[in-house]
Design a protein around this ligand. Structure first.
Ligand code: 5AD
Ligand code: SF4
Length: 469
């Protein structure tokens, strides 16, 4: 596990900052996809803020336009190309630099399309070269050319990049990058490379720093968090850092950090959810008893062709085991409908699991063919209309369960971490329960950042209303 020296890149940041001095320049950033991408965008924002750009939500006035892309499903592609058409106008108007990075840039056919049809894009960078953006921007400013900086090999772990976070109560902390699982529908292993874990020391120092700044909640991120350090074989190699040699031991160490009140993580893989992690959740009071456990399908046959390495039965066993060991634990999940070969009977198995587990939240996706993945080559693709019909049926079931689950909250007292003012009603505070339900309540400014006992008085499908006494 190596880390790259980024001193040179920090020098480029200073050089660009000198060029930009006194110019009052602005940057616009669009982030697509998951929390890992959001965390990468926070790093990009950190870099360009140090270069002297200030953030604008208005692309029209931007001098630097950044797109951080996702390619997990097809709709992200349409969105990028639409936005690029818009960006062209502002490039002409403000002579803006356009830089595109992220997962989609690791796909050859996308980069070719950009070259052919979008020649006004200045910088293309990949998931393994984000740390070189300072150098890329400097070169564009000085040479005025075009740059492509995408690497196919697995990037190394990068530490020490500046960061400008979007929130000041909750912080995203990436603990590992990449994935070794090759689920047959998924593009991630091809665009993010193999698993690389950050050093425990770097993670702990980052979280200690966040606690000092007043952050209360930490969301640990990785494509497969419960194999943290496993692919580096830390345990076997005896590389313990203060007793940390696995995800479970990392969780226990973070739980001891003063000031942090809540710990969450996404996403674990059911096949790797070992006993030691379950025990850590049970023992550590700060780890939320709310686990995101992606099932993808409830059919053992489909799970086999998805290469998920568990069955419907073993998933349900895992859920039951966790319920026994962690009192009050609740679950959320990801489900894909319309995977190649999915029969009505297979789909019924998915509905059956949803009924049995009674998830608090379900992220539902229609299967999307991804170039280069095994599932894209499978012959028994499901027609769009059947996929949509199944999606609607699943959605109806999930929504009816959420309605019932929400009702159970009424009259209970929940621990709510107050995050700020509500976006929809700026006179009200908003926060979340341990189970990630949004709660809206009346209260004063000084309650922001506090964990409070809130009585739930009513439910409104996507949020709960609460009161302080
Ligand atoms: N089509 C639809 N959904 C997908 N996901 C991953 N790949 C695809 C795909 N090709 C979903 C999975 C994963 C979530 C992040 O996105 O459910 O857990
Ligand atoms: Fe994709 Fe599967 Fe890896 Fe998740 S575990 S990122 S779904 S390959």
């Amino acid at each position: 596990m190596g880390t790259i020296n980024i001193d040179q890149q920090l020098d480029y940041i200073d050089k660009v900052n000198n060029i930009n001095k006194g110019k009052n320049l602005k940057y616009y950033i669009l982030t697509m996809g998951c929390s890992l991408n959001e965390n990468d965008s926070e790093k990009l924002s950190g870099i360009v803020t140090k270069m002297g750009y200030t953030k604008t939500e208005n692309i029209e006035e931007a001098n630097l336009i950044l797109f951080n892309t996702c390619c997990i499903r097809e709709n992200a592609e349409e969105r990028l190309f639409g936005k690029l058409g818009e960006a062209k106008k502002y490039k002409e108007k403000n002579n803006a630099i356009i830089a595109i990075g992220g997962c989609m840039m690791q796909e050859k056919h996308i980069v070719e399309k950009l070259h052919k049809s979008y020649p006004y894009v200045d910088i293309i960078f990949g998931t393994h070269t984000l740390h070189k953006v300072p150098e890329d921007i400097y070169k564009i400013l000085v040479d005025n050319g075009r740059l492509e900086d995408v690497l196919d090999i697995d990037g190394e772990v990068i530490e020490g990049l500046p960061i400008k976070r979007d929130d000041n109560i909750k912080a995203l902390v990436t603990i590992m990058n990449g994935c070794n699982n090759f689920c047959t529908y998924c593009i991630v292993p091809y665009v993010r490379g193999r698993e690389r874990s950050r050093h425990p020391k770097d993670i702990l120092e980052e979280i200690e720093g966040l606690a000092k700044q007043g952050y209360k909640e930490i969301m640990l991120l990785g494509q497969n968090v419960n194999s943290y350090l496993r692919s580096e074989k830390w345990k076997e190699k005896g590389l313990d850092y203060n007793g940390i040699n696995s995800f479970a031991t990392l969780l226990r160490a973070i739980n001891k950090i003063d000031g942090i009140e809540r710990i969450r993580f996404i996403s674990p893989h059911p096949k790797d959810f070992t006993e030691d992690v379950i025990e850590a959740i049970r023992d550590c009071e700060k780890i939320c008893n709310f686990i995101h456990l992606p099932i993808q399908s409830g059919s053992s046959n489909i799970l086999k062709t998805m290469n998920r390495k568990y069955t419907k039965e073993s998933y349900l066993e895992l859920v039951n085991k966790m319920r026994e060991k962690i009192p009050g634990v609740k679950f959320s999940t990801d489900i894909i409908v319309g995977f190649p070969g999915e029969t009505e009977e297979n789909f019924e198995d998915t509905l059956d699991v949803v009924r049995k587990v009674n998830f608090e939240q379900v992220f539902m996706f229609i299967y999307s063919r991804r170039v280069g993945t095994p599932a894209d080559k499978m012959e028994n693709q499901i027609p769009e209309e059947i996929k949509h019909k199944r999606f609607e049926k699943l959605k109806d079931l999930v929504e009816s369960q959420i309605d019932l689950n929400n009702k159970e909250y009424i009259g209970t007292t929940q621990k709510v971490l107050i995050e700020g003012y509500s976006k929809n009603d700026s006179s009200k505070l908003t926060g979340r329960t341990e189970s990630n339900k949004v709660v809206i309540l009346d209260g004063k400014n000084e309650l922001i950042g506090k964990m409070l006992d809130v009585k739930i008085i009513s439910e409104h499908k996507w949020y709960l209303k609460g009161s302080l006494n």
